[in-house]
Design a protein around this ligand. Structure first.
Ligand SMILES: Cc1cc2nc3c(=O)[nH]c(=O)nc-3n(C[C@H](O)[C@H](O)[C@H](O)COP(=O)(O)O)c2cc1C
Length: 136
């Protein structure tokens, strides 16, 4: 999908392949923060119940190139795109890749939930475990 003026936001989920060590998680976040900072990509990565759930946002070309690399990564399989939209604004503008590797999951979940409080409902709904308040 081309987004000539705005940003692209892509949300996908995938299954962890084999065992994922703390070192693997640290390496994923290190590569994400290094590359995404250079490429203008921001987002959020949740690791939970043997699944990844990631939001990538930025210029369409950067998001596409980043996602191509991620899709080919051997550390996961069954990558499924949940949503792909052109947007005028970023949700996670200050986060090269938000997530808290090395923390107890409960802490990471609490912090990601805080970060998602200001996300539109159509994004927050993909993260039910983060207890993001939904508009009534
Ligand atoms: C679930 C998951 C999420 C990832 N997210 C990103 C990301 O946001 N940005 C990124 O550059 N690499 C990400 N990676 C890593 C890429 O697949 C790839 O290993 C990395 O971009 C290679 O970077 P390098 O050539 O600088 O080592 C992710 C990998 C996995 C398994």
């Amino acid at each position: 999908m081309d987004c000539p003026i705005d940003y692209k936001r892509l949300i996908y989920t995938s299954c962890i392949r084999g065992s994922l060590s703390d070192g693997d998680v640290a390496a994923i976040f290190a590569a994400s923060r290094r590359n995404n900072g250079l490429d203008g990509v921001t987002g959020i990565l949740l690791i939970e119940n043997r699944r990844f759930l990631q939001v990538l946002e930025g210029p369409a070309e950067s998001v596409d190139l980043t996602f191509e690399r991620i899709r080919a990564d051997e550390r996961h399989r069954d990558v499924v795109v949940l949503d792909e939209q052109c947007e005028a604004e970023r949700i996670f503008a200050d986060w090269a890749m938000a997530g808290w590797p090395g923390e107890r999951p409960a802490n990471a979940v609490e912090k990601l939930g805080r970060l998602l409080r200001h996300a539109p409902a159509e994004v927050a709904r993909y993260f039910p475990s983060l207890n993001v308040p939904q508009p009534v």
